[in-house]
Write a protein that binds this ligand. Structure first.
Ligand code: CS2
Ligand code: MG
Length: 402
């Protein structure tokens, strides 16, 4: 089964998505997601100029060899652009293999460890009362786990506090929106949110929180300590992880579980964090980390240190990634949780899929491959729109981590 053609489809049904479609000489095709939020065209060029030409004529069944060819063969390894391009090829090929054999990708990986994946939704509000209400709405929808973010007094546009309800989308403007950040104000306020949430919603509900890389290690340690009585499921991205050692300091001070990894691209970004047991959950996902072929190696490595997988699942990860991620989640032995930020109805229509939500769990469905398709005629009605992620500055104007 040879690769006959491959092409990139860019569509913006409310937000931009980059999809690679690979077709074989046997009429079977597969699709993979290559979306890099705010930098979409860089991956389009990488695929069109450097990857697609070397794919044509190759054996579509040789997933491992093609992965190694694209990773080692580029000489320039790793990075968000390269690894998304590789992921798109990899996922499309797993999709083709599943379709050719008539089985879902979870079967190719070794079969299901569970029927469905527990997911968490995003509750956010301009203030604590609104966030408490937003969490209630997720509980009513059946969620067992909810991430909670709140606006902070005196600080406009705190991270994670959206303008919409279920469909929060940070990449909101052609040029980056400038926001202001104060860790001091944030640290004074966030523990009050979790006091209110536990008062209102009790102790059974899993609560999560995302620090979005904004704290220094000692500030993160303070927050982790302050939140210990509320038994968070995790505190995410407490501090930037370029220096993996930074987490040692946080870990020495708090038992609040730590999660990191949505911007990681290979195992090398996470190796020290895992083997030194500095984290509890790894948030790497298929589209960011070179596809299923690499992520399953990462997961097996993490399992040795009891680190569980908690895949990134914001709206910039297309339904194609969600379909692949759910096949991965129901297989992976060291599964933790799956993030699930709902896509808009327009996006769901462009990407018809077999996964479905019930009682706080996402079910991957039993369709061959990953179970997600693209309606190309509909996709063509939504042309690319340049959009970028916001930036953050401290109150004195210093650039900070968004
Ligand atoms: C976030 C994301 O989902 C998350 O945990 O950190 O919303 C992130 O900001 C976006 O994926 C950026 O594109
Ligand atoms: Mg995050």
């Amino acid at each position: 089964m040879r690769i006959r053609s491959a092409r990139v489809i860019v569509t913006c049904p409310g937000r931009n998505f980059v999809t690679l479609k690979i077709e074989t000489d046997q009429g079977i095709y597969g699709i993979g997601d290559a979306t890099l939020n705010g930098r979409e065209k860089a991956v389009v060029a990488y695929l069109e100029e450097h990857v697609i030409p070397v794919l044509i004529g190759r054996d579509a069944r040789a997933i491992e060899d093609i992965w190694q060819f694209l990773y080692r063969g580029a000489y320039w390894r790793r990075g968000p652009v390269t690894m998304r391009a590789i992921a798109a090829v990899d996922v499309a090929l797993w999709d083709i293999k599943g379709k050719a054999l008539g089985v879902p990708i979870s079967d190719l990986l070794g079969g299901k460890s569970r029927e469905a994946a527990m997911v968490y939704g995003h509750a956010n509000g301009a203030d604590i009362a609104q966030t408490v209400d937003a969490v209630a709405r997720y509980v009513d929808l059946g969620y067992k786990a909810v991430r909670a973010q709140t606006g902070v007094p005196g600080m406009a546009l705190a991270y994670g506090v959206g303008r919409g309800e279920l469909h929060y989308e940070p990449a909101d403007a052609t040029l980056p929106t400038e926001t202001t950040w104060s860790t001091h104000k944030y640290l004074n306020h966030v523990p009050k949110l979790f006091d209110a949430l536990r008062d209102a919603h009790g102790t059974d509900l899993h609560l999560l929180h995302d620090g979005h890389h904004r704290m220094t290690p000692i500030e993160a340690a303070q927050l982790g300590k302050a939140l210990e009585p509320h038994r968070l499921f995790w505190l995410e991205d407490p501090t930037p992880a370029e220096n993996q050692e930074a987490f040692r300091l946080i870990r020495q001070h708090t038992t609040t579980p730590l999660a990191v990894g949505e911007i990681f691209n290979t195992l090398w970004d996470a190796k020290d964090l895992i083997q030194n047991q500095l984290i509890d959950y790894l948030r790497m996902t298929i589209v960011g980390s070179g596809g299923i072929t690499h992520l399953r190696r990462v997961a097996d490595f993490a399992a040795l240190w009891q680190v569980r997988m908690g895949s990134h699942g914001a709206t910039d990860l297309s339904p194609v990634t969600m379909g692949a991620a759910l096949n991965f989640d129901v297989w992976v032995p060291n599964f933790g949780i799956q993030e699930y930020m709902r896509h808009t109805p327009e996006t769901d229509a462009v990407f018809p899929h077999h996964y479905w939500f019930a009682d706080g769990l996402l079910h991957p469905g039993d369709a061959p491959g990953h179970g997600v398709d693209i309606d190309e005629a509909l996709a063509a009605k939504y042309p690319y729109e340049p959009r970028q992620l916001p930036v953050a500055r401290l109150e004195d104007g210093t650039m900070w981590n968004w």
